[in-house]
Ligand binder design. Structure first.
Ligand code: ADP
Ligand code: GLC
Length: 492
């Protein structure tokens, strides 16, 4: 009989425990979907300050000394359960590293010792897996913070049993964990790995590159992004590495956890609604206008945006077109935090149009839900977007996305061309060039479409019917795990 696959998910974020962006939602949704598919899945996270150990019923399973270059560090290991499930969660606790306000930094600046912090985490995971009686078939790592694990597993024979396969998922190639060469000893890796064919990158240590080179299999979060990152334009200096591994790179579109993001059951929004009865959505819009002090008017098109304020998200296109968008008699509700440049832009827009532009700075999960539910349309002019989840959430909430044709946005939104409209297949407004004019053109198409209530309703309903469940994605991950296990077996 087939044993269930044993998978250890190693991730720096997991919703609802620790989140700065979509990685948390993706890792959380994947974990639950794998468990539902019969997989023996467990998660290992850093014990951030924001994680309430009591809520996980976490208990200490002992301490371990981990090697950090020349020195040793003591970590405490905890085991609990993901709230509402029986999925085991392991926490690697090291107070100086993780008892801090932020996950990766504060006030828009990274913690300078992130290589050390995530080396402590990774070494802690290895210590933990050596200690438990549970031996994963696959260690599934997510983003640069976990990318040294596949390297250690291959170059340090004692790390874990050699049959342990590794899968590395790229959620965002732009964040690579690049550090000074002097920090190499922290990783415990020798100069033999610090070469152009290893983790050396323009004279520095590139942690992500280690994951890309050493994992048995790579995955990324949309088909379009998988193709894009093999080009110099989107490859962030690693496109050559990815082209070399193109046969080992699998594209799996992220799913949505509809137990969290569904307007029919969402407890965080003021009224619930379904494709058949959108009256609750009108109430959500009114509530949003009311609580944010912008004109209460159902006839005004309201555009929402919720984002990490990073260059990736195309916020400068919004800056360049905001006057013109407001000139179309539209409203904006914006939520974000991050790069101070964009926070200042948001504040300026609100100051200029207090009755038309509402702004909230910070991280606010409930407000994110209320914006996605209450807006008519959702802005996502990203420069690049590996998968994007907000457009998928918007679709589900009848909030029509206006997005750039890149990465997962290209794969998940059907542009409202005359042909797609005629087939009732259209779900949004898509533009190509990264220019203010192209973006404004798409916004104008949306505003124009909004004037025809019946046509707009059809767009909304097509989006709400689209299905991006994790149950579709999970079998593709199971295939990837089996491939990685087979490859490892063949390599031994
Ligand atoms: P990314 O992962 O690049 O940030 P995604 O679209 O995949 O982009 O996911 C973003 C997730 O983070 C969504 O769940 C979104 O609602 C959430 N999010 C981003 N910024 C904020 C914020 N300031 N407050 C609340 N939620 C936010
Ligand atoms: C990254 C990407 C985003 C993706 C998320 C989850 O943060 O920027 O596009 O949806 O990871 O995979």
């Amino acid at each position: 009989m087939n044993q269930p696959l044993r998978v250890c998910i190693c991730t720096p974020e997991l919703a609802p425990l620790a989140k700065t962006g979509g990685l948390a939602d993706a890792a959380g949704g994947l974990t639950r979907a794998l468990a539902a598919a019969g997989c023996d899945v467990r998660v290992a996270l850093p014990a951030y300050r924001s994680i309430d150990r009591d809520a996980l019923h976490a208990v200490s399973i002992g301490s371990a000394g981990v090697r950090l270059g020349p020195s040793w560090v003591e970590v405490e290991l905890y085991e609990g359960r993901l709230p509402g499930t029986s999925i085991p969660v392991y926490l690697v606790s090291h107070e100086p590293s993780f008892n801090r306000p932020g996950l990766y930094g504060e006030h828009g600046a990274d913690y300078p010792d992130n290589l050390r912090r995530f080396s402590v985490y990774g070494r802690g995971v290895l210590a933990l897996l050596r200690r438990t009686a549970w031996h994963p078939d696959v260690v599934h790592c997510h983003d640069w913070q976990t990318a040294l694990l596949p390297v250690w597993l291959r170059v340090e024979p004692a790390a874990l049993p050699s049959e342990t396969a590794t899968v590395f998922t790229i959620h965002n190639l732009a964040y690579q964990g690049v550090f000074d060469a002097d920090d190499l000893p922290l990783t415990g890796l020798g100069r033999d790995v610090f070469t152009p064919r290893g983790i050396e990158f323009w004279g520095r240590v590139n942690v992500l590159k280690g994951g890309l080179l050493f994992a048995d299999l790579l995955t990324t979060v949309s088909r379009q992004y998988a193709a894009e990152i093999q080009t110099p334009e989107f490859g962030c200096g690693l496109d050559g590495v990815l082209r070399d591994r193109r046969d080992d790179l699998v594209a799996i579109q992220n799913g949505v956890d509809y137990t969290v993001w569904d307007p029919a059951s969402d407890a965080l929004i003021p009224a619930r609604f379904t494709p058949g009865d959108l009256s609750g959505k009108a109430a959500c819009k009114r509530h949003l206008q009311e609580t944010h002090g912008i004109a209460i008017d159902p006839a005004v098109p309201l555009f929402g945006l919720v984002a990490r304020l990073a260059e990736q998200k195309g916020v400068d296109l919004l800056g360049a077109t905001a006057d013109a968008i407001i000139g179309l008699d539209a409203q904006l509700v914006l939520l974000g935090s991050g790069d101070p440049r964009y926070e200042t832009l948001f504040r300026t827009l609100h100051a200029r149009y207090p009755a038309r532009v509402a702004v909230a700075l910070g991280f606010d999960e409930a407000l994110a839900h209320r914006i996605v539910a209450g807006a008519d349309a959702y802005l996502m002019p990203s420069r690049y977007e590996p998968s994007g989840l907000n457009q998928l959430y918007s679709l589900r909430y009848g909030t029509v996305p206006v997005a750039r044709r890149t990465g997962g946005l290209a794969d998940s939104i059907v542009d409202a061309t005359p042909d797609a409209l005629a087939r009732d297949a259209a779900t949004g407004f898509v533009f190509d060039a990264y220019t203010p004019d192209a973006f404004l053109g798409a916004v104008k198409r949306a505003v124009f479409a909004f004037l025809d209530a019946a046509a707009w309703r059809r767009l909304q309903q097509a989006g709400m019917r689209a299905d991006f469940s994790w149950s579709t994605a999970a079998p593709h991950y199971l295939d990837a795990y089996r491939r990685a296990v087979a490859r490892r077996a063949a390599a031994r």
